[in-house]
Design a protein around this ligand. Sequence first.
Ligand code: FE2
Ligand code: FE2
Length: 273
Amino acid sequence: MQTEAIKRMENPSSKERFAHLTPEEKADLLEEYLAEELNEAAKSTAGPRPMPTTADIESAIEGRTFRRGVGTLFVAPEGNEVKHLPPIPQGHRLEDFFHSRFMGAAKHCLQSANLAMKKGASEEVILACLLHDTVQCLMRVDHGWWAAQIYEPYVSEKVAFAIRYHQALRFYPDEEAGYRYPTLYHVLFGEDYKPEPYIEATYKMVRDHKWYGDARLVTANDLYSFEPNVNPQLEQFADIIGRHFKQPKEGLGYDGSPVAHMWRSIEMPDRCL
Ligand SMILES: [Fe+2]
Ligand SMILES: [Fe+2]
């Protein structure tokens, strides 16, 4: 018998919806799925159902109306409609983007930074956790690199490093640092997925870098580390943002920086050209 979570995970039409879910929703759904798998496995001698393979993931590309790497601002979070976005106030501060543009990643990043803070991480690591997935509103493909690029003019080199490389490190466990390969990645990438050579080469470079520990801490405070019902607010990090984020006086998107257009794209995702 298929229970509800298993049906939702394995139903072909729900695969598309799964790609849109926020990290928290994916984690919740996966947790539910795995719990039900265990129950089902306990009742049957056939063992747990297999995770998707890379071939399954590949075969689900055609039939979608979007690409999985698209930014979350550009697709409907639920149903078939996107909604009007509130204007970004004059000043175009980081906080404004958190409140109305970063979508589901905002909550995920707040939880991650909150966990890092509780564990006594450095302010730079806490800031890296706070920012690490926010660019997914603009682009999900290679989001570590995109995120580091969009923040590079405004944060220290170390913070940008930690943000950029958390993406590659997520594919490589480090039990000593408290990081295990996420089961969710078996669902998203396929259980037989092997990171591409550029990811492998990046991992090897970062593993030997003096800031490896900082990038690794972003992954160690990432998904699956959350306490239920914890709802941190951005105000909690105001001092850290004030000390470590160089808010441009012209506003994000209007300071003539090489990434200003990226901030404007987040501000105005409904512009057709
Ligand atoms: Fe990430
Ligand atoms: Fe994350």
